[in-house]
Design a protein around this ligand. Sequence first.
Ligand SMILES: [Zn+2]
Length: 238
Amino acid sequence: MRQGLDVAPQVAELLSSEDLDRLARAAAASYECWICMRPGKLPELPTAVLIIRDGPVALAKLTHQSCARSGLMDAPGLTAVMSDPARAVSVDAVAAFLPYQAGHRPALLLEARATVSTDAGRGERVDRVAGWLLEHGLHLVAATGGEVEAAPRWAVHLRGGGTGLRVIGPIGELYDGDLQADPAWQREATTQGRRLLLAGGDLGLDQAPQSMEEVIARVDAVAGLGRLTGGLVAVEIH
Ligand SMILES: [Zn+2]
């Protein structure tokens, strides 16, 4: 079924078997070449899978093999260009007290989601948020409560008494916007120091958690899949 589809090893590494099947189906049905924007279709025209990366977002796209061979292509700013009206990447932030070693520690939860669906929603997107965060200095977190190493290349700015948040990583800003935080957390937000920053996909933060138990359950579920990253991050108060 994937016959005629050019998939470089470094591209295959980023795609699941289901992703590849979806791409092969799309290629056989007809697609718009990402490079020349003209139509293509397998098996008439050999087709290649390109992965276009912009930070945490990776999009798998089909091209004529004569236009581009299969491979990885970095396109910084791509998601910004594709942003409105449906934002390409949405990042949600929630503040919570989480178990940390013997006690609890004020923590920030970030969830980045790739929400781009391209080419009439054929779903050829890849979400590699956790891998990207690990590459950029966060650490794999096995479960809530364990020790987390410092992430010196990351910084957090709190403003408005903990109602606003800016998170800056090694290659730029990951989040700048509102922060959902309860009053107890907001009181914490006036103290300098280090916060536990946890980030990953599938935390479900677009639906505000009802309780700390629910937060912990969601975080542990993502950690159990090996998709939770974190670090102790310096906080600046504005
Ligand atoms: Zn083409």
